[in-house]
Design a protein around this ligand. Structure first.
Ligand SMILES: Nc1ncnc2c1ncn2[C@@H]1O[C@H](COP(=O)(O)OP(=O)(O)O)[C@@H](O)[C@H]1O
Ligand SMILES: O=C(OP(=O)(O)O)[C@H](O)COP(=O)(O)O
Length: 395
């Protein structure tokens, strides 16, 4: 994998696609800086070579150039984090962008306006990609969170730099960390797949069955499996039409000698609410009118035992409705178990939207081996897909 470390950018203008799609509050302040911090090593590498960085990013999904999606709102935060004044220009192509690039000196950073202000970006328009490409001498992709999109600035643009393109350090590191689990994982390898939707995780489970020893299925997903096996799940979340798929996964897991672990008990609520009355019930015998909303104490212990014996751990998806305090315990205990195993030498990767949010909420970010910066992108990698943003650099 060719990365920014393999190129000397001295006196060059480098287009860096970053994912600065960060959350903003109502006052348009950045509330989570993880993705900006994650781009720092790549940007600093280029600046240390005495090159200059032209940053390309999207923010949200604008339809009509709405001001709330302007990257201007993140300039101060980016300046603070990167330690260098970030210049900004209110367009990403055309004369204004060109003038700002012409005035850029080695060691400087220029952030261009939201590439999604142009519909051509998401359409993967070649002409638009060419206009972006004309601004720089090199193209670096460091936008892991957007690497599953075949857009102008994430994939098509690379065509215009046949010999002058490479991976950023974040993108390279995301790829390497998935490899550490899926190809080079030291056994026993355990995957915890939770969350709400069986349908969105089937391909992930099918793809990882060949490489794992234990599969913990938690969260809302578990009830489709439990019901398919004849359990009573009360009013718990279920995907009725996915019960055959669930049984098929169980069959394949057995064939491949993967041990599947489902919750044996749950914390049930009488409504999907943080004010619900709660009770502990067997996971396969939940009374009518009650919903399983968190894994119960016996399940948490069993999951922790398996995790403690694992050398490689993949966690995708919470095992309960962790956003509500009284259903957060299972996910917190699971996170603690993973942190402990990591302290004892296991490699742990946390990937995919809500589990990353859970890890942050419980203060475990620095107690696991790697936390991915991509939700959808990480899921697609775990499904075994080659992401367009990665393919474009490799080709
Ligand atoms: N037992 C449950 N019943 C209903 N929802 C659940 C349950 N356990 C977890 N969830 C919810 O699942 C959501 C995450 O689901 P999903 O989008 O599939 O996961 P991810 O974003 O990690 O891939 C969380 O908002 C969480 O509250
Ligand atoms: O935040 C992102 O994705 P994620 O929420 O799946 O992590 C990326 O910036 C991609 O954004 P998109 O889903 O609008 O293409």
């Amino acid at each position: 994998m060719k990365t920014v470390k393999d190129i000397n950018f001295n006196n060059k203008k480098v287009l860096v696609r970053v994912d600065f799609n960060v959350p903003l509050n109502d006052d348009l302040e950045v509330t989570d800086t993880t993705r900006i911090e994650a781009a720092k090593p790549t940007i600093h590498n280029i600046l240390e070579d005495e090159g200059s960085c032209i940053l390309l990013s999207h923010l949200g999904r604008p339809k009509n150039r709405e001001d709330k999606f302007s990257l201007r709102h993140i300039v101060n935060t980016a300046t603070e984090i990167l330690g260098v004044q970030v210049k900004f220009v209110e367009d990403c192509i055309g004369p204004a962008a060109q003038e700002a690039v012409d005035n850029l000196n080695p060691g400087e950073i220029l952030l261009l306006e939201n590439v999604r202000y142009y519909p051509e970006e998401t359409q993967g328009d070649r002409g638009f990609a060419e206009k972006l490409a004309s601004l720089g001498d090199y193209y670096v992709n460091d936008a892991f969170g957007t690497a599953h999109r075949e857009h102008a600035s994430t994939a098509v643009i690379a065509d215009f730099f046949p010999n002058d393109k490479c991976f950023g350090l974040l993108l390279a590191s995301e790829i390497e960390n998935v490899k550490k689990v899926l190809s080079d994982g030291k056994s026993p390898v355990t995957a915890i797949i939770g969350g709400a939707k069986v349908s969105s995780k089937i391909t992930v489970i099918e793809n990882i069955l060949d490489t794992i020893d234990h599969l913990i299925i938690g969260g809302g997903m578990a009830f489709t499996f439990i019901k398919a096996m004849g359990g009573n799940i009360g009013g718990s979340l279920v995907e009725e039409d996915k019960q055959d798929t669930a049984m098929e996964i169980m069959r394949k897991a057995k064939e491949k000698s993967v041990q599947v672990h489902l919750p044996v008990d749950v914390v049930a609520g009488d409504s999907f609410s943080e004010y619900a009355n709660t009770t502990n019930e067997p996971a396969d015998n939940i009374p009518e009118g009650w919903l399983g909303l968190d894994s119960g104490p016996r399940s948490n212990e069993q999951f922790a035992e398996i995790i403690a014996k694992s050398n490689t751990i993949l966690w995708n998806g919470p095992v309960g409705v962790f956003e509500m305090e009284q259903f957060a315990e299972g996910t917190k205990k699971l996170g603690d178990a993973i942190a402990n195993a990591t302290k004892n030498g296991a490699f742990s990767l946390v990937g995919g939207g809500d589990s990353v949010a859970a890890v942050k909420q419980f203060g475990l970010t620095h107690k696991v081996s790697y936390v991915s910066t991509g939700g959808g992108a990480m899921l697609e990698m775990l499904e075994g897909k080659t992401l367009p943003g990665i393919k474009a650099i490799l080709e």
